[in-house]
Design a binder for this molecule. Sequence first.
Ligand SMILES: NC(=O)c1ccc[n+]([C@@H]2O[C@H](COP(=O)([O-])OP(=O)(O)OC[C@H]3O[C@@H](n4cnc5c(N)ncnc54)[C@H](O)[C@@H]3O)[C@@H](O)[C@H]2O)c1
Length: 253
Amino acid sequence: MLATYDLKGKTALVTGGASGIGLGAVKAFLRCGAAVAINDLATSPNLEKVVKELSDEGHKVIAAPGSVGDAQDCPRMVEKAIGELGRLDYLVNNAGTPGTRSPIPPADFERQDEAFWDLLLNVNLIGPYRCTKAAAEALKESGGAIVNTASISGFSRGGSSSVYCATKAGLINLTKEWARALAPKVRVNAIAPGAVDSAWMCRFDDIEEGDLSAIPLRRVGTPTDYGESILFLSAGADYVTGHTLVVDGGLIA
Ligand SMILES: NC(=O)c1ccc[n+]([C@@H]2O[C@H](COP(=O)([O-])OP(=O)(O)OC[C@H]3O[C@@H](n4cnc5c(N)ncnc54)[C@H](O)[C@@H]3O)[C@@H](O)[C@H]2O)c1
């Protein structure tokens, strides 16, 4: 059953919001009456399409294109969201990249080279910093909240690469840092997804082959599952800050 909050008059900015988990969060906010700015890459074929579809359904939704990997784009897209929506209550730092189409074994140091480190640190770790910095004052004014999309790979069991795991572990740590930095006005939390039914660039063989034996709940998480947990940490969870909520069907239990 979906939880509901009255978010009329509230606004959200969701990075990487034109697909997967981000789009799940966008739809959760819209369902509760919030207005939403959807960020995604300017080159994303989904962004304008998704904004049009959701607008046609009667929702207040705008596009805030740009890359979280670009130091100039981040303040620009935050300003666009605040300028067009009038305020900012929720920031979802969701955009991320694995930088690879297939998992890289931990021992493969060659493929995890300097360029690979640069890409993942820039998008997965510095990206959320840039957006948080740009949105901090507006969020303090509204008494808002931030939710970061981390990953269970930030805790254990590996992921698409050691570098990716390190960026997500870093984001889990930054969630606590920013919770202290922005308290008491702004709460900062994260979700740590497990397997996701999304267009994620990196594919995992066991899941692709339908082997769900490692997941106690025996299914892959949907964008709705993840979007609802982002909604809860944003609009509910009034006394929760600095926390990373594992949403993985029990995978790392
Ligand atoms: N899919 C998984 O297995 C998985 C597991 C754990 C965590 N996550 C995390 O969930 C988040 C969302 O992934 P998803 O599974 O929904 O994937 P997805 O590919 O469906 O969506 C990601 C979106 O982010 C956008 N994006 C990529 N780089 C960007 C950038 N630099 N600036 C702005 N937008 C950018 C993409 O265009 C895409 O629309 C990511 O942070 C990812 O690390 C994914």
